[in-house]
Write a protein that binds this ligand. Structure first.
Ligand code: NCD
Ligand code: ZN
Length: 438
């Protein structure tokens, strides 16, 4: 199937008119200027204010499914992703049942094949049954280590060895369980799960994770963890809530502000913002972790931790960019090219011949308000309810076709594939370390 896209693309800091001819999701020809030849299905994004960016990728989401489909499933989760401009998402294994066996992986893959609107991948969890075999699957992008897995040293060693051999990253939620306490009141969870937990975790990670494996520290909340991780050659991401919100918001919001790791005091959040704006992290992730409204309405002690982010965070980042707080190119690096590098995905969202035609089209002339009641996600709540943003997501193009356009999903255009089909595993580790993001 051949399509032709006309748009204005952000290229080396400038917006240039381009024409892309796409066949089976891959660019087969492109040139400057807007001039689609006749005979193609044409999509035109040439209106004033529209800018084509490489497709956003979120390497840390929880789309639930399986026995937790009442919280979110592969359709609603990827619909939320598409509405947020994400062309690819990587799902976490803390589902019920957990993704650490071939049979749960198979059920998950079937659900993506049947329902996903955007490209997908999954990180498997420990202890992994037949680690090498499971990690070899093109749907599997990496291995996820949770705090309590650090007590399961042998499983972490064995699974990370397999990840290292296959060139797939080990994604670490870096809080040492020995330094985690429960029972803190709203506004004070940062005391129960302090920076000490992050520091202790880094030490343990060095001891347990196979040195051949690339370590990626996810949702870092403090500059100390970012610097510590980077000094060890690890890549690092954070989430917008760790610099847009603080423990004061946790106090005000109650369970809507409850997340793991917890929100930090404003002084730390401000330093995180500075670090992000200076290009000090490798990626931004949402850690979209949906629960039901009823669950989030339970008492602060017992309600589940987790925020929603897929439909708010790209808009909030775009708003920061259009207000001049972060460079648009850096936003693209943190939300598209950076995650692609960490995951080892090649030629994604570029416009040259051979590139995978996944693009996010933003509208810098439009604006909007975050309205959780309109989310495609089942989790219709957000600490950012009412946030007014400059700019908006105009369209999400997945493998050549718009799956989201001007506020509406177009499910009949779904052509999702596993992100792992485009990775280059043998050279991946070196490639990540050599990249200019280091
Ligand atoms: C995660 C979830 O709900 O899956 N919640 C969160 O606050 N990030 C699980 C977790 O990381 O504890
Ligand atoms: Zn998470």
């Amino acid at each position: 199937m051949s399509v032709c896209v006309e748009a204005r693309a952000l290229l080396r800091g400038r917006v240039m008119p381009v024409t892309l001819v796409i066949e089976n999701g891959v660019v087969i020809e492109s040139w400057f200027g807007n001039s689609c030849p006749p005979g193609y299905e044409k999509f035109s994004f040439t209106r004033e204010g529209l800018v084509l960016l490489p497709g956003l990728i979120d390497l840390h989401v929880h789309l639930r499914g399986l026995n937790q489909s009442y919280k979110e499933d592969e359709y609603t989760g990827t619909a939320a992703a598409a509405a947020g401009g994400y062309t690819g998402v990587v799902d976490m294994p803390n589902t019920y049942p957990k993704i650490n066996t071939l049979s749960t992986l198979r059920s998950k893959v079937k659900a993506y094949e049947d329902k996903a609107l955007v490209n997908y991948g999954i990180h498997v969890g420990v202890p992994v049954e037949r680690a090498y075999e499971l990690l070899r699957s093109p749907v599997v992008m990496g291995l996820k280590i949770y705090p309590y897995d650090l007590y399961n040293a042998e499983s972490v060693r064995e699974a990370s060895r397999a990840a290292g051999m296959l060139g797939k990253p080990v994604i670490v939620h870096c809080e040492h369980p020995a330094a985690i306490r429960e029972g803190c009141r709203a506004g004070e969870r940062w005391i129960c799960r302090g920076l000490e937990a992050e520091k202790l975790c880094l030490r343990e990670v060095q001891r347990l994770i196979d040195p051949q494996a690339h370590v990626h520290v996810t949702h870092a909340t403090s500059p100390e963890l970012v610097y510590g991780a980077r000094s060890l050659g690890f890549t690092v991401d954070t989430c917008p809530h760790y610099f847009m919100l603080s423990s004061d918001d946790e106090r005000k919001l109650g369970c809507l502000g409850k997340v793991n790791p917890p929100l930090r005091p404003r002084s730390i959040a401000d330093k995180m913002l500075e670090l992000v704006v200076d290009g000090g992290v490798d990626a931004l992730v949402s850690d979209h972790a949906p629960h039901t409204v009823e669950e989030k309405n339970m008492g602060f002690d017992i309600c589940p931790a987790g925020m929603t982010g897929l439909e708010a965070y790209s808009r909030i980042m775009l708003d920061l960019a259009l207000r001049g707080l972060i460079r648009l190119e850096l936003m693209v690096k943190l939300m598209s090219t950076g995650p692609a590098r960490i995951l080892g995905i090649r030629r994604y969202g570029c416009i040259e011949n051979g590139c995978r035609a996944n693009y996010t089209i933003i509208n810098i002339k439009k604006g909007g308000v975050i309205r959780p009641c309109l989310f495609y996600s089942k989790a219709k709540y957000s600490p950012f309810e009412g946030y007014r943003h400059r700019g908006d997501i105009e369209a999400t193009i997945v493998n050549g076709l718009p799956i989201y356009l001007d506020g509406e999903l177009i499910p009949e255009n779904r052509l999702p594939v596993p992100l792992g089909e485009w990775t280059c595993s043998l050279r991946r580790r070196l490639w990540v370390l050599d990249s200019e993001t280091r």
